[in-house]
Design a protein around this ligand. Structure first.
Ligand SMILES: Cc1ncc(COP(=O)(O)O)c(C=O)c1O
Length: 397
């Protein structure tokens, strides 16, 4: 059998071996604390489920326009205007199967063979694979703790060549939780406009922001950057709806139409009764989101404080999302029994087998000096898991 060269370039998930081992331990009745979770541990709010059931009972189970039902696109436009100071018409909106699908469509619509795509590092794991699939060239822009894992406008300039087509921004970031300020975004936008570079702004964690920080959509800064930006958002994280698969993209009409053409011939519309429930989720989830954010904030404060008490680990307090990006560089090269901790993958494997906690190794996000822990698990599990981690680290020499 000969698979296509395109598909052969796509890496399987590097975390699969960890997940498989975690499952194996669980099946043996061993409790594993899942710091690897990538989704809120709350249930989807009841009123949203109710709407989906009503839509089913009404027989709303047939095809809809690919880009989404008018009511949903209208609700998205109203949300963007009210919350993000962004004016889009319904034809500038495309509803897709999760933000992941929206980003995939956008990359396919914009990136040609050999086009350079700027990717701040650490990055969400799917971006590089999507860029590869589009035959684009990944240009990583490294960040570090000194800049709170954010790129700077001056740094951005250094990576631009005549082949640069696109920058992918994600804030609050997965995995670091960091946010860009309006000023920082303005400076980045100026560079993009000056060089006519497109931007995919992945705003999926928009609502999960702490300490009263203001979330600003880069496209809202001025009409020039708006013309170059595809804003991506969805309901997975803010409404605890990961399995419902609702994402959307908005941007210049020609790009959204091109993305819609691709979707026409791949998935078509997202599930019809889900679209009806999504209208309500977009309009009325504020209270549920507020409660979830309060709970996440408590957990964030606890996990950051406790991790920073462990001398071998350190973490910068994230401003959003539900992850902590933990520096493990002090552990590299040390030994657990006779096993050397060579990299973040080895540490993650040992944490699983010896401390019974699953974490994601930083290498999959492009930085091996870190591991990602999610606090989308109960405070009690966080306490127990951190206790296990502490005890394990005490045995490392
Ligand atoms: C940064 C980022 N973008 C997009 C997604 C995909 O979200 P969705 O479930 O809406 O496809 C995720 C999910 O983990 C994410 O972390």
């Amino acid at each position: 059998m000969k698979l296509s060269s395109k598909i052969q370039e796509i890496s399987p998930s590097a975390t699969l071996s960890i997940t498989a081992k975690a499952k194996q331990l669980k099946s043996q009745g061993i409790k594993v604390i899942a710091f690897a979770a990538g989704e809120p541990d709350f249930d989807t709010p009841e009123f949203i489920k109710q709407k989906a059931k009503e839509a089913l009972d009404k027989g709303l189970t047939k095809y809809t326009p690919t880009a989404g039902i008018p009511e949903l696109k209208q609700a998205i436009c109203e949300k963007l205007k009210k919350e993000n100071n962004l004016e889009y018409t319904p034809e500038e909106v495309l509803v897709s199967c999760g933000a992941k699908h929206s980003i995939f469509n956008a990359i396919m619509a914009l990136v040609d063979d050999g086009d350079e795509v700027l990717l701040p590092k650490p990055y969400w794991v799917s971006y590089p694979e999507m860029i590869k699939f589009a035959r684009g060239k990944i240009i990583e822009i490294p960040t570090n703790e000194r800049t709170n894992f954010k790129i700077k406008a001056d740094q951005l300039k250094e990576y631009i060549t005549p082949k640069t087509k696109l920058l992918i921004l994600n804030y609050p970031s997965n995995p670091t939780g960091m946010m860009y300020t309006k000023q920082e975004l303005q400076e980045i936008a100026n560079v993009l406009v000056e060089n006519q570079i497109y931007c995919i702004s992945d705003e999926i964690y928009e609502k999960l922001v702490y300490d009263g920080l203001e979330f600003v959509s880069i496209a809202s800064l001025n009409s020039e950057i708006k013309k170059l930006t595809i804003t991506v958002n969805g309901l997975s994280k803010c409404c605890s709806m990961t399995g419902w698969r609702v994402g959307y993209a908005c941007g210049p009409k020609e790009i959204i139409q091109a993305m819609g053409n691709l979707q026409d011939h791949s998935t078509s519309n997202i599930t019809t009764f889900v679209q009806y429930a999504s209208v309500d989720a977009i309009k009325y989830a504020e209270e549920s989101i507020k409660k979830m954010v309060e709970e996440f904030k408590k957990r964030r404060d606890y996990i950051v404080e406790e991790i920073n008490k462990i001398p071998e680990l350190s973490v910068i307090k994230p401003q959003g999302a539900f992850y902590v990006w933990v520096n493990i560089s002090k552990l590299k090269g040390k030994k657990y029994n006779n096993q050397i901790i060579t990299d973040s993958m080895k540490l993650s494997e040992l944490l699983l087998t010896e401390a019974r906690v699953s974490v994601i190794p930083g290498c999959v996000f492009g930085d091996d000096d870190y591991i990602r822990l999610s606090y989308a698990i109960s405070l009690q599990d966080i306490k127990e898991g951190l206790d296990n981690i502490k005890k394990f680290i005490e045995t490392i020499r």
